[in-house]
Every structure is written in structure tokens, then in C-alpha cells.
Design a protein around this ligand. Structure first.
Ligand code: F6P
Length: 328
């Protein structure tokens, strides 16, 4: 009888950087689609840190049961700056290679993608990236897993805050995460009907913000919400003072912070996660490496991680201008 010499195909999955809702849906789709394609599948706990520390375990179909709707990441995550050191990265990669795992799928943001590039360039491991970050700050793709859920969380906060500030004729400055990117702030402000949005991509005239908020009250508004992007938080004190002086009303400040990262992922994030996972496994099956998945005009595509990292995020100036007009 002929000996079966066929090699077992193996792939590992990890989540890295700030968690984002929809990561679990992505892990689940990666695991199950890869199993369906005949792979042995492994999970790496705690992102690149777990790869360094050998936190690698076999995953089965049931390992991802009941997580499609869950926020956070069942694989856990971490930030691992030491992964930039080649000897640390090589030791981490060796932990996969010694198990015969020659493929890795990394779900994370641009910091994680720099790890993808380093692994691709410097080791024998095939690696594919999937964009998972609430920030939606990666220029090569229209969206990232977790962005839609984070925006919905901000909108929910806006609506709840509106109840209390309307009851008290107050003003709220709502600070939202997003690093140096104003995408969460802008989209949430438009969807939530905020009176003003302040983003890093546009210069801010604080006197004009205060005058605009005052004009709103003069026209009969009973409350006002200003969405302030993380990249502009240095303006908080000046905004508070000037808006208070201009309106004579109490101005409160609240930072939503990590609230934005958790919660039940939206349908949009879950479907995006599944589609991106499917493309990633297909690339693994084709023996590809150093590529990342994106979405443009509703179509899933892949490109090199180098191209993706070089692409600066565009800003939707038209939406910003529309927000200025319809929120007055
Ligand atoms: O990248 C996601 C994000 O939530 C950013 O919006 C924020 O600036 C950062 O991570 C916070 O990181 P950490 O949880 O490590 O403090």
C-alpha cells in the first residue's frame, strides 16, 4: 500500500493591538473556513506577545462556538513593541515553525501590520493581515473591522446624553477615540445629529465653534453636543471656557474612551469580518504572504502590506462640510 506522504496544512490566527468588535466574528470565520479547506488550525493567545511566549493551541470547529456576537477577542490581545527587535520576532516565528505551522493570519491595525511586514520580509512564515481596528485610519481600505460598531456606540452615547443635556439646557463636549483620525468623530456626529464636530484633519477656530453654538441657542436650541476627536483633545479646556463664556451655560466634558471598543458587533462588522477572513484563507491556500485584505466600493480585495502601510488615509471633506451645514 502506498504511504500517505501528504503534508498536513497548518495555519495560525492571532488578534493584535486594540481589540475591536467583530474580531471574534473574524477569528471564527478564519478557523471554520480554514478547517473546511483541510487545514489544522491554531490560535495564538495575546497577539505577538503570545507568539513570543509560545501561547499556541489547536483550535477546532467548536473552539469558536457562540462568539460571533461577542465583543472583545476570545484570543485576547496585546501591544508588543519588543516584536520590532529581530531576535524577538525570530524566536516568536520559530514557535510556529517548530509545530509545522507555516501560515499566520494577523487581525489588527497598522502597528500589527508592521509586524506582518517584518515577518514577511525576515522569516519563512507566510503571513496575511486583516484590518481590525475601531479607528478606520488605514488609507488603503474603506473600512476596518470594529469601526461601524464603535460609531454606533458613539451614536448611542450621543442620544443618551441628549436626553440629560436637553433636560438641563446644557452643552456636552463628547470626546471620542480614533487616534489621529477623525473618522469615528465625523461619522458619529453626522449620524447622531451633533451640533459640531472637531477633527484632526481640519483646523479649528475655537471662537467660531463658540459663536456657532451660541447661534444655535439664539435660534431656539435647548442643548448642544460637540463631538471632539481624540486627536484634538488639547482643545478641551479652551473650548469649555469659550463656549461657556459665549452661551452662559454649563459645559460638561465626557470621554467615551474604551467604551467604544466593546459591545455587540454590528451586522456590518460581522459580515465584513467573515468576508475578509474568507479572502485571507484563500490567500493562504494560494501560498501568498505579505498581503493584507481591504474593502473598496463594497468589494473585498488584497494588496501588499507595504502598499497598504504607505497609503495615507483620505478625509471625507464633503461629509465634514455637510455636517457643518445640517448641524447648525
Ligand atoms: O487603536 C484603537 C485605540 O482604541 C485608539 O482609538 C486609541 O487611541 C488607542 O487604541 C488606545 O490604546 P490603549 O487601549 O492601548 O490605551
Amino acid at each position: 500500500m502506498a504511504k500517505n506522504t501528504s503534508k498536513v496544512k497548518k495555519v495560525a490566527v492571532l488578534t493584535s493591538g486594540g481589540d475591536a468588535s467583530g474580531m471574534n466574528a473574524c477569528v471564527r470565520a478564519c478557523v471554520r473556513y480554514a478547517l473546511d479547506q483541510g487545514y489544522e488550525v491554531y490560535g495564538v493567545k495575546h497577539g505577538y506577545k503570545g507568539m513570543v511566549n509560545d501561547e499556541i493551541f489547536k483550535m477546532e470547529y467548536s473552539s469558536v462556538s457562540n462568539c460571533v456576537h461577542a465583543g472583545g477577542t476570545i484570543l485576547r490581545s496585546s501591544r508588543c513593541p519588543e516584536f520590532k527587535e529581530p531576535e524577538v520576532m525570530n524566536a516568536a516565528v520559530e514557535n510556529l515553525l517548530k509545530r509545522g505551522i507555516e501560515n499566520l493570519i494577523v487581525i489588527g491595525g497598522d502597528g500589527s501590520f508592521r509586524g506582518v511586514e517584518a515577518i514577511h520580509e525576515g522569516t519563512k512564515l507566510n503571513v496575511i493581515g486583516i484590518p481590525g481596528t475601531i479607528d478606520n485610519d488605514m488609507g488603503y481600505t474603506d473600512s476596518t473591522i470594529g469601526f461601524d460598531t464603535a460609531c454606533n456606540t458613539v451614536v448611542d452615547a450621543i442620544l443618551k446624553l441628549r436626553d440629560t443635556i436637553t433636560s438641563h439646557d446644557r452643552i456636552m463636549i463628547l470626546e471620542v477615540m480614533g487616534r489621529e483620525c477623525g473618522n469615528i468623530a465625523l461619522n458619529s456626529a453626522v449620524a447622531g445629529g451633533a451640533e459640531y464636530v472637531i477633527v484632526p484633519e481640519v483646523d479649528t477656530d475655537v471662537d467660531e465653534v463658540a459663536a456657532s453654538i451660541k447661534r444655535g441657542f439664539d435660534k431656539g436650541k435647548s442643548s448642544s453636543i460637540i463631538v471632539l476627536a481624540e486627536g484634538k483633545t488639547e482643545l478641551t479646556d479652551e473650548l469649555t471656557q469659550k463656549i461657556s463664556d459665549a452661551t452662559g451655560r454649563r459645559v460638561n466634558h465626557m470621554a467615551l474612551k474604551w467604551m467604544q471598543r466593546g459591545g455587540i458587533p454590528t451586522v456590518e462588522d460581522r459580515v465584513l469580518a467573515a468576508k475578509m477572513a474568507c479572502r485571507a484563507v484563500e490567500l493562504v491556500e494560494c501560498g501568498q504572504s505579505g498581503r493584507v485584505i481591504g474593502i473598496k466600493g463594497g468589494e473585498i480585495f488584497d494588496t501588499t502590506v507595504l502598499e497598504a502601510l504607505a497609503c495615507k488615509k483620505g478625509f471625507d471633506q464633503k461629509l465634514y462640510e455637510l455636517a457643518q451645514i445640517i448641524s447648525k
